[in-house]
Write a protein that binds this ligand. Structure first.
Ligand SMILES: *Cc1c(COP(=O)(O)O)cnc(C)c1O
Length: 391
């Protein structure tokens, strides 16, 4: 577990740097989120939805073919099997219950790969709330099936046309809209944004590591894994997969970011390696920026990892040496996706394939237990796979 200070700081990272117009809104959330999250009624309603609607607990699957291939005990935490196909739904349902409890009636969200947009639109359909999803124009093009899903679910998809027209720009436009409409609830999709969002989202995703811990004890007979590996865009699936292991130093935490065409290519989203301290989307964290503080446009073939910042909790874990950062290029991720598909019959999301690619970079020993968080399924990336593998 890892809790920020009252002002939302993890060491030197975090906080809430918001314009005057949003102060009351963010403060209202800060004062209320724990009261609701820890109330019996809220916990019961969320647990019920996670079980019967999302399909939790998700399996912890021993990938035997992959285990032989890498010479270690490889387990996959199957977030790809959740309703809507990625971990994002855990957070979306928690926040929609929070919004409803706080008397909010309109929802806005940002999305990169479209997975969070779909999760938010799904939660809104379920609760009968109107939903606007901001999405970069480039992402709208490369994630067409998710755009159609959101529309069918009744959400309005608003194109973000500034900057690189991807996740960062969608977030900027969502925040801009929020400033003009402070009565809306901003359902943020990752452990980013002003405090209390990083803590709120980490707590909602922490169900992943809670289940991993229980499943390892009950089904595998080990107290803890040797490694937990997760890919990092904003950092929510990593935060969720790491959460209950942070205090246990025997568990190595590995965060894998997108190196795009290579760390030094000028086309990557490798914030851990290239980022410096700065402010983005309301919090102080590691940011890819020029010496003048201009955000550098990120790049990854995978829309969900295409973000120039990183959640403040992860920035702190990295800074203090608790978490190791690795990266995978587009090409390495594509190869890892193909390997998993052919060895295990599971087509992963391209984001999750970055975590799998890290298996090649660790020197694993035969009995070591390695949990890879399989954050999502690959249906949405089929177009990319078709193009790159000539399918
Ligand atoms: C959104 C997404 C990610 C990246 O977001 P995090 O907040 O870093 O988890 C990773 N995998 C999938 C499948 C996603 O949809």
């Amino acid at each position: 577990m890892m809790q920020p200070t009252e002002n939302g700081f993890y060491g030197e990272f975090g906080g809430a740097f918001v314009p005057e117009m949003l102060y009351a809104n963010v403060e209202e959330l800060r004062q209320n989120y724990l009261l609701f999250l820890e109330s019996d009624g809220f916990k019961k309603e969320l647990a019920d939805l996670l079980k019967h609607y999302v399909g939790r607990p998700t399996p912890l699957y021993r990938a035997s073919n992959l285990s032989s291939h890498f010479g270690a005990e490889i387990y996959l935490k199957r977030e790809d099997l959740t309703h809507t196909g990625a971990h994002k739904i855990n957070n979306a349902l928690g926040q929609i219950l929070l919004a409803r409890n706080m008397g909010k009636t309109h929802i806005i969200a940002e999305t990169g790969a479209g997975q969070h947009g779909v999760a938010a639109a799904t939660a809104c359909a379920l609760m009968g709330m109107p939903c606007k999803v901001f999405m970069g124009e480039v992402d709208i093009e490369r994630q067409a099936p998710n755009v159609a899903r959101m529309k069918m679910l009744g959400a309005e998809v608003v194109p973000a046309t500034s900057g690189s027209k991807t996740l960062k720009d969608a977030t900027n436009e969502a925040i801009r809209y929020w400033i003009g409409h402070p009565d809306t609830y901003y359902l943020i999709g990752s452990v980013v944004g002003p405090h209390p969002y990083p803590d709120l989202v980490a707590r909602l995703q922490a169900v992943i590591s809670k289940e991993i811990e229980e499943q390892l004890v009950k089904e595998v007979g080990v107290e803890q894994p040797d490694y937990v590996i997760a890919c990092v865009g904003g950092g929510s699936n990593a935060a969720g997969a790491f959460y209950h292991f942070i205090e246990n130093k025997k568990v190595k935490l590995v965060a894998v970011e997108a190196a795009g065409k290579g760390i030094d290519s000028g086309e990557s989203a490798a914030t851990f390696q290239l980022g410096t301290k700065g402010i983005i989307h309301g919090n102080q964290t590691l940011v890819m920026q020029t010496e003048e503080g201009q955000i550098i446009e990120p790049y990854s073939l995978s829309a969900g990892l295409d973000y120039p910042g990183i959640g403040p909790m992860l920035a702190h874990l990295l800074h203090t040496g608790r978490c190791e950062a690795l990266s995978a290029t587009d090409e390495e991720a594509l190869q890892a996706a193909m390997l998993l598909t052919q060895k295990e019959g599971i087509i992963p999301a391209l984001e999750s394939a970055h975590a799998l690619a890290a298996l090649h970079k660790l020197s694993l020993k035969p009995k070591e237990v390695v949990v890879v968080n399989l954050s999502g399924r690959g249906d949405k990336d089929l177009g990319t796979y078709m193009k790159h593998f000539n399918l």
